[in-house]
Design a protein around this ligand. Structure first.
Ligand SMILES: [Cu+2]
Length: 191
């Protein structure tokens, strides 16, 4: 059993050294000449207060989303649905300017739906009693620039992260009963 592993390790080492020119740059991402592999969003509430931040890190198989929120609204305590909406526009009062869910796959909504999930679906996130939220969620149904043929968050009209008033039941249509849009953030490329 050891032999195949050694062979693989050897191949990987050779592969790495073939690309590491100059040697000092070997620790840096090889895709540094490509589009940035991170994005971010400043999260605002309906009163237009900046109450948090989201970070989007493109990995080889999906996007890791880190959300940090400190909401001053006591009623925010509890579970909330969070989705990726198709337009990078949080300019109107109820955030409907961010459009519907990113869903070129035309699947139904819901992580627990046999006909789903749509590309925008994510697990619920939890706001604590003091209004704080810290969460990481991962999805392979979107990408930053079209990696692995998943729809791009950073496409021509952008995208938005939307946190809803209620929790998402992950099955009912069209958005799992998540209700109105509580928080919105335009997703922008990080440099
Ligand atoms: Cu939504």
């Amino acid at each position: 059993m050891k032999r195949p592993f050694r062979t693989l390790a050897c191949t990987a080492a050779l592969g790495a050294s073939a690309f590491s020119v100059p040697a000092l740059a070997a620790d840096h991402h090889q895709e540094s000449a490509h589009a940035p592999d991170e994005a971010h969003a400043t999260l605002i509430d309906r009163a237009r207060n900046e109450i948090g931040h989201a970070r989007f890190q493109q990995g080889p198989t999906g996007v890791l989303i880190t959300i940090e929120l400190d909401t001053p609204v006591q009623s925010a305590h509890g579970w909330h649905g969070v989705h990726l909406h198709m337009i990078g526009d949080c300019s109107n009062e109820d955030f409907t300017s961010s459009g519907g869910h990113i869903n070129p796959s035309s699947h139904e909504h819901g992580l627990l739906n046999a006909e789903g999930p749509d590309n925008a679906d994510l697990p619920n996130i939890y706001v604590h009693e003091d209004g704080a939220l810290r969460a990481q969620v991962f999805t392979d149904r979107v990408s930053l620039h079209g990696e692995y043929d998943a729809p791009a968050l950073l496409d021509d009209n952008g995208s938005a992260l939307v946190i809803h008033d209620n929790q998402d039941d992950h099955s009912s249509q069209p958005i799992g009963g998540a209700g109105a849009r509580h928080v919105c953030g335009v997703i922008e490329a990080s440099r």
